[in-house]
Design a protein around this ligand. Structure first.
Ligand SMILES: *Cc1c(COP(=O)(O)O)cnc(C)c1O
Length: 355
């Protein structure tokens, strides 16, 4: 489909909620902008791309998404620089990943033009919703789901694509202590762990709640087979610093191929930070802790960019991480956000202007 061939009609709200928003006290992801982008799949094609006022969707109780969880999503952000120019960060990576997730869930792939033109049209329509207060951004949630009806467990013949946005303050989790999980698993070989499929996150809530009751904020997922190797930090990719070496687990069936993770690895390489992408065993981490060589652990993902971990629990032991002066977490967060907000050069070509 030619990009220019895509006509996207815009129906504007006649009652903007913008005056009610306190941009100096924005929560994360719970105030929604005036408009949303929609497209539908039926008769074998994606069609009816449109921007409409944000509001309830009309679905029948038999809509398959309610019964079989045929749904995938993305998470991204738009940033406004000092001149008022709007930027995205590696948006084509999100577009490709959405389709990779969709294929696994038997959802028809969405053409790149609908994703990109829909997103840009929505951002232009709601450009006043993109915050300028330091650390804040417009969180973007594209998602695809089965909107066709039927109680039989089979793929739908109808799907809906939505992009909704939420002006959001800086994501701040407070001190994060994590529990290394040995009973529950987030994902399994041959499963859907690499897809951003809604059910993966529903499945995390219960074990995460148990960890909270035990005094932790988050779970470190280990491999489902042996529980000997760490895989992800909640819904973020995991990084560990032992000595001055940066370690992260290789992506697989079970691990989400994060864009933040990928960006950190590219920055580390450019910076000459010794990096190893390999399986990381829990015993290696505990041993490094005991020898004083475990300097940092952090999660990486779009919402927080980098989320430092203050300590971890494994079986009956608890370990605290030291305060480090030359923190990798701080370094990567600054490098990435400087690029995102157009405060620095962009040697990798990651910034994408929305005009
Ligand atoms: C979204 C997500 C990430 C991070 O991906 P980004 O592209 O960096 O936002 C990591 N792990 C899981 C399980 C995720 O859902």
């Amino acid at each position: 489909m030619k990009v220019s061939a895509l006509e996207i009609p815009i129906t504007r709200t006649n009652q903007s909620r913008l005056p009610e928003v306190d941009f100096n006290n924005l929560p994360f992801g719970s105030v929604f902008s005036d408009h949303m982008f929609l497209a539908d799949y039926y008769d074998g094609a994606w069609q009816d791309a449109r921007v409409v006022p944000y509001g309830p969707l009309s679905l029948e109780p038999a809509a398959k998404v309610f019964h079989y969880g045929q749904e995938v999503f993305e998470g991204m952000k738009a940033y406004k620089d000092k001149e008022g120019q709007v930027w995205l960060f590696r948006p084509l990576e999100n577009q490709r990943r959405l389709n990779k997730s969709a294929s696994r869930l038997m959802i028809p792939e969405l053409p790149e033009a609908i994703f990109m033109e829909g997103l840009k049209t929505l951002l232009r329509t709601d450009s006043d919703w993109i915050p300028t207060v330091a650390g804040s951004s417009l969180y973007i949630r594209p998602f695809l789901f089965a909107s066709g009806n039927g109680f039989h467990a089979s793929p739908s013949d109808r799907y809906t694509f939505v992009i909704a946005t939420a002006p959001s303050g800086a994501y701040f989790a407070g001190e994060v202590h994590v529990r290394i999980e040995e009973k529950y698993s987030r994902a399994a070989n041959g499963g859907v762990g690499y897809a951003k499929a809604g059910g993966n996150y529903a499945g995390q809530f219960y074990p995460t709640q148990l960890a909270k009751e035990a005094g932790f904020q988050q779970v470190i997922w280990t491999d489902d087979n042996t529980h000997e190797y760490i895989e992800e930090a909640g819904a973020m990719n995991i990084f560990v610093r032992i000595g001055d070496t940066l370690l992260t687990s290789p992506t697989s069936d079970r691990i989400l191929d994060g864009i933040t993770r990928k960006s950190i690895l590219e920055l580390a390489e450019a910076e000459g930070i010794p990096t190893e992408v390999r399986k990381i065993s829990v015993s290696e981490i505990v041993e490094a802790s005991k020898k004083g060589q475990l300097k940092e652990m952090f999660g990486a993902g779009t919402a927080a960019v980098v989320s430092p971990i203050s300590g971890y629990g494994y079986r009956d032991e608890r370990f605290d991480l030291p305060e480090v002066a030359d923190s990798y977490a701080t370094f990567f967060k600054k490098r990435i956000t400087d690029i995102q907000y157009n405060r620095s050069e962009d040697p990798f070509g990651w910034r994408y202007p929305v005009s």
